[in-house]
Design a protein around this ligand. Structure first.
Ligand code: NYM
Length: 212
């Protein structure tokens, strides 16, 4: 008999919403409750494609906008066999950014629509839960300056936030909005509660395909 699969859980949100901190805390909490769990992040800068993306984000190289969009997507697809294997082994994956960041960031550039941006990621493993860490721009500003990577300006982040709001209207995806203005433990509490429900439910349901 096939063993029970792990859940695919994604955290999304604008920069400085606390995604990475919360992913780590969630993995810890799942492990402590006896549920196998691992963290992943996109872009995964360790692969050959990931290194091209990293150089672009660090402004060491320039890439044409469609090209870099497809590289971000390819970076997810190249990890799909590993993701599926881990999920089948019963490991819950907690993922820091996924296709939603891909669409939100590229479609915030002039001349891109959501529809075109979504196409390359159609059919990826579908998350059982996507938690959007909601933080208003004023509160984000209190958390310090932006970094120096590409996209890290308040004007661009505002456009990204609007694209995320569009994506959240899609009821084929299991979205939960989390109030990221709470303290770290408060945010973690909400995330853990939603995640435990989903980990239990996912055990007996097949993994879906995103946006199809
Ligand atoms: N990003 C991330 C994209 O533009 N497209 C994508 O598909 C993904 C996954 O890369 N500004 C952007 C969002 C971030 C940057 O930053 C990655 P970090 O700090 O590694 O999450």
């Amino acid at each position: 008999m096939a063993s029970k699969r792990g859940a695919l859980i994604v955290l999304e949100g604008v920069d400085r919403a606390g995604k990475t901190t919360q992913c780590k805390k969630l993995v810890q909490a799942l492990l402590q409750s006896g549920r196998p769990a691992e963290m992943m992040r996109f872009p995964d800068r360790s692969t050959t494609i990931g290194q091209l993306i990293s150089a672009y984000l660090e402004k060491k190289t320039d890439l044409e906008d469609h090209t870099v969009h497809l590289l971000f997507s390819a970076n997810r697809w190249e990890l799909v066999p590993v993701m599926k294997k881990k999920l089948e082994q019963g490991i819950t994956l907690v993922v820091d950014r996924y296709a939603f960041s891909g669409v939100a960031f590229t479609s915030a550039k002039p001349g891109f629509c959501l529809d075109w941006c979504m196409k390359p990621d159609v059919g990826l493993p579908k998350p059982d839960l996507v938690m959007f860490l909601q933080l208003n721009p004023a509160e984000a500003a209190l958390r310090g300056q932006f970094g120096t990577e590409r996209y890290e300006t308040s004007t661009f982040q505002k456009a990204v936030q609007e694209r995320f709001e569009q994506l959240m209207k899609d009821s084929s995806v299991n979205w939960e909005v989390i109030d990221a203005s709470q303290n770290i433990e408060g945010v973690h509490h909400d995330i853990r509660t939603h995640s435990l429900n989903v980990v239990n439910e996912a055990q007996n349901t097949p993994l879906g395909e995103l946006w199809q």
